[in-house]
Ligand binder design. Structure first.
Ligand code: 13P
Length: 249
């Protein structure tokens, strides 16, 4: 049985004071059953604060992106090794906002994935189709292309210590969640595509759903056989809401 995982993605939100209040409330409210794992991906400047507040707690932490470069003359970049130095366990790569706003192409995402893994982080590879792509009926080929870029660079074994997050772009921040069946269909497709290369890796791979997950819909989504938890945006900024989602897992 795969352990459920719920990860908050704060995006470009936070302040030292707000983070402290949020993290202290979440840690105090998390279910302590050990049946699920929980994490937050914070803006890079707050990794030290997360480490300070969360060390020894049930809540893991990490970054929302890493550089495609290991180091050198790349102004403004943050390397995976730097993220790891702050006790981080997690790093998102390929979030749709990175892909669409900052131009992270599949090949760039694959480089980031490889460096995150090499730094000892658990990469959370985000994939998902736009509304136009869903309406055109190409969801599976888009997700396949995004997955294959990483499989070709890092190999299927690299997914033995990674997470995939399916986030349909049309469901992110829109309040329009994929139905549990829509999520299951794509999650099943992802697991099947990995299984074609390695059944064992596929069986153990956590596949999270992201896109307008709230306390009110988390239970139904997480009950699907191939939905192993969630990647939570807006609702991860509200302690009570995030705690409820964690409880649903
Ligand atoms: P929302 O939960 O705000 O829709 O964001 C989802 C997301 O992008 C998480 O990475």
């Amino acid at each position: 049985m795969r352990t459920k995982l719920v990860v908050g993605n704060w995006k470009l939100n936070g302040s030292l004071a707000a983070n402290r209040a949020l993290l202290e409330a979440v840690v105090a409210g998390l279910p302590g059953t050990g049946k699920a794992r929980f994490g937050v991906c914070v803006p890079a400047p707050y990794l030290a604060q997360a480490q300070h507040l969360l060390a020894g707690s049930m809540l893991e932490w990490g970054a929302q992106d890493v550089s495609r470069f290991a180091g050198g003359a790349y102004t403004g970049e943050v390397s995976a090794a730097m993220v790891a130095e702050f006790g981080s366990r997690l790093a998102l790569v390929g979030h749709s906002e990175r892909r669409s706003i900052f131009g992270d192409a599949d090949a760039v995402v694959a480089e980031k994935f490889a460096l995150a893994a090499a730094a000892g982080l658990v990469p959370i590879l985000c994939v998902g189709e736009s509304l136009a792509e869903r309406e055109a009926g190409v969801t599976e080929s888009v997700v396949a292309r995004q997955l294959d870029a990483v499989l070709e660079t890092s190999g299927v074994a690299s997914l033995g210590r990674a997470v995939v997050a399916y986030e349909p772009v049309w469901a992110i921040g829109t309040g329009r969640t994929a139905s549990a069946q829509q999520a299951q269909d794509v999650h099943g497709f992802i697991r099947g595509r990995i299984a074609a290369r390695d059944r064992e890796v596929a069986a153990g791979l956590p596949i999270l759903y992201g896109g307008s997950v709230k306390a009110g819909n988390a239970g139904e989504l997480f009950a699907m056989p191939d939905v192993d938890g969630g990647l939570i945006g807006g609702a991860s900024l509200i302690a009570a809401e995030f705690i409820e989602i964690c409880r649903a897992a």
